[in-house]
Design a binder for this molecule. Structure first.
Ligand code: ATR
Length: 284
C-alpha cells in the first residue's frame, strides 16, 4: 500500500523503544489486510510525555500503544478509561475516537490467550508471581479472575504489598504480597501450580540471570515468562529440563497486539502473519 495523504497513522511510545516488535507485528497485519495504515515507534522520554500525547492527539493519530515507562503516568492525560484499564491502573493501548483518547489494557487478554493456546487453565490454581511493576499489575488482575490463590513476590516489598492489597479490594480470593527472597520463594513454590516471571530478570543482555532457581521448579508446574528476548530464557530452559510445562512471552506480546488491533480497526486480525512478523523481528 502506498503511503499517501489518506494514510492512517498508529504508533508506540516508550523509552527505550528501538527493540520494540510492535511495528513489525502491526505493519504485517495492515499489509495482510491491505489497509492504508502505518505503525511507527517513537522514543518519548518521561519529561516529554505530556507534549507527545498532545501532539499525537492534535495530528489525529488513530491509535497508539504505550510501553515502559508510561503505562501508568499516561492515565491522567487520557479523556476516558475502559473499565478494565481503570481497575488495573495501567494502559497499554489508546484509541482516538473523534478526538478523544480512550485508554485500554490488552496485556491481560494477551496472557490469557497465551495460556489458552497452550491449553493451560488457570482455574483453581495457585499462582506464584515474581514482580510488581506495570506488566505484573495487568497479569495479577487477570489471574485474579481465574486462580484460587495468588502470591506476589517483589524485590521492593512495598510494591508487592500494594499490588496484593489493590487486588484484594476487587476480588474475593487470597492474595499475598511478599519480599522476593529465597526463604519466601521456596516456601511459596512448594505447592505452586503456575509460576510467573513478570520482571525483566533474564532479559537480553542479561541472559544468564534467572529469577527462580532451578531446584525450586517441579515437573507438575507451568512456568510462564513475560520476557521474550530471548524467547527461551534461562528460567524457561531450566523449567523444561526439569520437565515442567513452559509458556514464553512472545505469545503474550502478539496477543496483546491482536486485541489492540481489534480495538483500533474493528477487524479480525491476521494472527498468523502477526506471529511470523514477531518471530522475524526477533531474529533480525
Ligand atoms: P514492567 O512494566 O516491565 O513491569 P517495571 O514497572 O519497571 O517494568 O517493573 C519491573 C519489575 O522487575 C519490578 O517488579 C522490579 O522490581 P522492583 O519493583 O523492586 O524494582 C523487577 N526487577 C527488575 N530488575 C530486577 C532484579 N534484578 N531483581 C529482581 N527484580 C527485578
Amino acid at each position: 500500500m502506498t503511503i499517501n495523504a489518506k494514510t492512517s497513522v498508529y504508533c508506540v511510545i516508550g523509552d527505550p523503544i528501538s527493540h520494540s516488535l510492535s511495528p513489525n507485528i502491526h505493519n504485517a497485519a495492515f499489509k495482510r489486510l491491505k489497509l492504508n495504515s502505518v505503525y511507527l515507534a517513537f522514543k518519548v522520554q518521561k519529561e516529554f510525555l505530556v507534549e507527545a500525547v498532545k501532539g499525537l492527539k492534535s495530528i489525529g493519530v488513530k491509535g497508539f500503544n504505550v510501553t515502559i515507562p508510561h503505562k501508568v503516568s499516561i492515565i491522567p492525560l487520557l479523556d476516558k478509561l475502559d473499565p478494565l484499564a481503570e481497575k488495573i491502573g495501567a494502559v497499554n493501548t489508546v484509541k482516538n475516537v473523534d478526538g478523544k483518547l480512550i485508554g485500554y489494557n490488552t496485556d491481560g487478554e494477551g496472557v490469557l490467550k497465551a495460556f489458552e493456546v497452550e491449553d493451560v487453565s488457570l482455574k483453581n490454581k495457585k499462582v506464584v508471581m515474581v514482580g510488581a511493576g506495570g506488566a505484573a499489575r495487568a497479569l495479577a488482575f487477570t489471574f485474579a479472575n481465574h486462580a484460587k490463590e495468588i502470591v506476589i513476590l517483589n524485590r521492593t516489598e512495598e510494591k508487592a504489598l500494594e499490588l496484593a492489597s489493590s487486588i484484594s479490594r476487587s476480588y474475593n480470593l487470597p492474595v499475598k504480597g511478599l519480599k522476593l527472597n529465597m526463604e519466601n520463594l521456596s516456601l511459596e513454590l512448594k505447592d505452586a501450580e503456575v509460576v510467573v516471571n513478570a520482571t525483566s530478570v533474564g532479559m537480553h543482555p542479561n541472559i544468564d540471570e534467572t529469577p527462580i532457581p532451578k531446584n525450586l521448579i517441579k515437573p507438575e508446574m507451568v512456568v510462564f515468562d513475560v520476557v521474550y528476548r530471548p524467547i527461551k530464557t534461562r528460567l524457561l530452559k531450566e523449567a523444561k529440563q526439569v520437565g515442567a510445562k513452559t509458556i514464553n512471552g512472545l505469545a503474550m506480546l502478539v496477543f496483546q497486539a491482536v486485541k489492540a488491533f481489534e480495538i483500533w480497526t474493528g477487524l479480525t486480525p491476521p494472527i498468523d502473519a502477526m506471529f511470523r512478523a514477531a518471530l522475524r523481528g526477533l531474529k533480525g
